[in-house]
Design a protein around this ligand. Structure first.
Ligand code: FE2
Length: 400
């Protein structure tokens, strides 16, 4: 996992790695350092009583742990020209070595904490890609991160269909005894579902273009009040990274640079508001997180994930038309809330998930930037409804 993070940073220059394009997106250098600090702080220092490598690093590389102390403001992470990228790489090597040595003869508490650090680092792998995409999109030359765009524009797609489910009392969530899960996925519990149906694949760029050309962004009746206000005040008229939408040849910025918009690929980089308005236009709704999880439980985690190194959503394959895992995180209509009986981790790590359970929506299924070993059907991602720099897409659902 540590090597994968470094491979993701490899195509970037030191300048690429230090700039910050917006408060939500952190510089690659900060991700490299913060994911290292997490191991140093919560494994080497808290559990093994090792001395700090640098007294400054708690301040520079703590993300949001109030119990750890004061820290650099999130929007100011791009001002950290020191330590240099080289110094951060040395820090990474030191901590990787110390944690590796600590694994020999480690007790269960250390092993559990190291696993949390690995899963945490995988979250930052996805953020490195989404944050660098946003940064490169700010450059007028729209440079490529380095991935090649394969694929044929306009691939023939399986028709969209809806798969019914009778509903009933279903099992949701994860039992920590059954393998790693974050605290927000537990406890496993039961949820009652009404009869419903889920779409067989994600909504495509071509379908979303039809919504735009039907005046979707101008029709208040399709939008939540907050969403219509967000559209007006930010002059939104298309997904993030779409260009020349009004022309006959729309384009899209990707990690492989600027390319013609492929109508067969899943629409991506839409906010919850856009996903919700599109669903209403299409005579459908977004799934609840329980409906999505119930459908995904029976499936293995496979699809267009980080390992495919495409770093862009692809057309639904014919062999398995579900697309439940990979390609785009799928907005659900469920607010991010604690499950019945939820208990945050003890100590500072209790701040990992629980304190964000307000004003955010749950997303499921992972994206083309999520490592496969990081995902589960019970995995709960969460973002505020206006966020769209993550690889976020749309699956439709219906009451039946
Ligand atoms: Fe983090």
């Amino acid at each position: 996992v540590r090597e994968t993070t470094e491979q993701l940073a490899h195509p970037l220059s030191a300048e690429d790695a230090v700039a910050q394009s917006m408060p939500d997106a952190s510089p690659t250098k900060w991700h490299l350092a913060h994911s290292t600090w997490f191991f140093e702080r919560f494994v080497l220092r808290d559990l093994l009583n090792q001395r700090p490598i640098s007294d400054a690093y708690d301040y520079l590389f703590n993300s949001y742990y109030e119990a750890v102390g004061a820290r650099v403001a999130r929007h100011a992470r791009g001002l950290l020209t020191r330590p240099s990228l080289d110094e951060v790489q040395v820090y990474r090597g030191l901590v990787t070595g110390r944690v590796s040595r600590a694994l020999e003869g480690a007790d269960a508490a250390v092993l559990e904490r190291v696993e949390l650090g690995i899963q945490h680092e995988q979250q930052h792998q996805e953020l490195i890609l989404t944050d660098i995409k946003h940064l490169l999109s700010m450059n007028p030359t729209l440079p490529s991160y380095g991935t090649e765009r394969a694929g044929v524009v306009g691939t023939a797609l399986p028709a969209l269909s809806f798969r019914g489910d009778p509903g009933g009392l279903v099992a949701i969530g994860a039992d920590p005894a059954g393998g790693f899960c974050f605290d927000n996925e537990a406890p496993a519990h039961r949820v009652h579902l009404e009869p419903h149906a889920l779409a067989s694949r994600l909504v495509t760029n071509g379908e979303y273009l039809d919504f735009i050309r039907d005046g979707g962004y101008e029709r208040a009746e399709l939008w939540l009040s907050d969403g219509f206000h967000w559209v007006a005040s930010n002059r939104i008229g298309a997904p993030l990274y779409w260009l020349d939408v009004a022309s006959g040849a729309p384009r899209e910025f990707t990690l492989g640079g600027c390319t013609p918009l492929d109508p067969s690929e899943p629409v991506c980089h839409v906010s919850y508001y856009e996903a919700d308005a599109y669903a209403r236009w299409a005579g459908a709704r977004l799934p609840t997180e329980a409906e999505w999880e119930h459908a995904a439980r029976a499936r293995s985690v496979s699809g267009n994930l980080l390992e495919s190194r495409r770093f862009h959503p692809g057309p639904a394959p014919h062999a398995d038309t579900s697309q439940l895992f990979g390609d785009c995180w799928e907005w659900t209509q469920s607010a991010y809330l604690p499950y019945p009986g939820y208990r945050p981790l003890a100590g500072a790590l209790g701040e990992y998930n629980g304190k964000f359970m307000c004003n955010q929506m749950v997303l499921k299924g992972g994206s083309c930037a999520t490592p496969r070993s990081h995902l589960r059907a019970s995995y709960r991602n969460f973002f505020p409804p206006a966020a769209r720099w993550q690889f976020t897409g749309i699956r439709l659902a219906r009451d039946t």
